[in-house]
Ligand binder design. Structure first.
Ligand code: FMN
Length: 195
């Protein structure tokens, strides 16, 4: 069994991130490269600001919200981060969710779906690569970058994806499947479970 988790990073009321997340979730299911695809919405995960007393690499989590988050992330073989660009970077809620854990992220690929104005969220996507590689994740060069995202959202909040988005999603998902399979042997049983 292989599992892809699509993590919706934006948590604010009125966000379009969940709509973008649902689109790439649908693309991933249709792609069929992973046995299971799950949308994981950080607004629902609802983590407080990092409040664990021990370094996450120890896996000595004292809070139930962290244990739950650990189990969720450990289940995945790969991720898609659906990320907005806020003030030329990625959003704080995503950094907070990453910081909570350690081994659960390791040796897993991440595809980046970024969106924004003229920059298409690419500054946010570039910024997060430094962080995830420190956790031994593999961010893919193949990404989906959506410029002028508000122009793709209709009055009812529905998204009309364009051909470029669909083509780049397919390329990214192809690569996620390949890299997830290549990294899997590097993970040892129990490595990514909280102690
Ligand atoms: C705090 C904040 C900062 C923003 N900064 C940027 C930015 O630096 N670059 C950009 O392209 N769009 C920026 N935007 C516009 C967002 O791309 C747009 O609001 C988008 O809908 C945000 O994603 P969300 O709705 O999923 O939260 C910003 C929006 C917010 C709320």
């Amino acid at each position: 069994m292989s599992k892809l988790e699509v993590i919706v990073a934006s948590t604010r009321p009125g966000r379009i991130g969940r709509t973008i997340g649902q689109w790439i979730e649908t693309e991933a299911v249709a792609h069929g490269g992973f046995d299971e695809v799950e949308l994981v919405d950080l607004a629902e995960v609802n983590l407080p600001f990092m409040n664990e007393p021990h370094h996450p690499r120890l896996g000595r989590y004292v809070h139930q919200h962290t244990r739950d988050w650990s189990v969720k992330v450990a289940e995945a073989d790969g991720f898609v981060f659906v990320m907005p660009e806020y003030n030329s970077g990625y959003n704080a809620e995503l950094k907070n969710a990453i910081d909570y854990l350690h081994a659960e992220w390791q040796y897993k690929p991440v595809g980046l779906v970024s969106y924004g104005g003229v920059s298409a969220g690419t500054r946010a996507a570039q910024m997060i690569k430094q962080v995830v590689t420190g956790l031994k994740m593999t961010p893919l060069p193949e990404a989906v970058a959506v410029p002028f995202v508000n122009g793709l959202i209709g009055d009812e909040g529905t998204l009309t994806p364009n051909d470029m988005m669909c083509a780049s999603a397919k390329t990214m998902l192809d690569e996620l499947v390949r890299v997830a399979a290549a990294l899997r042997p590097l993970r040892r049983p129990g490595d990514d479970l909280a102690g």
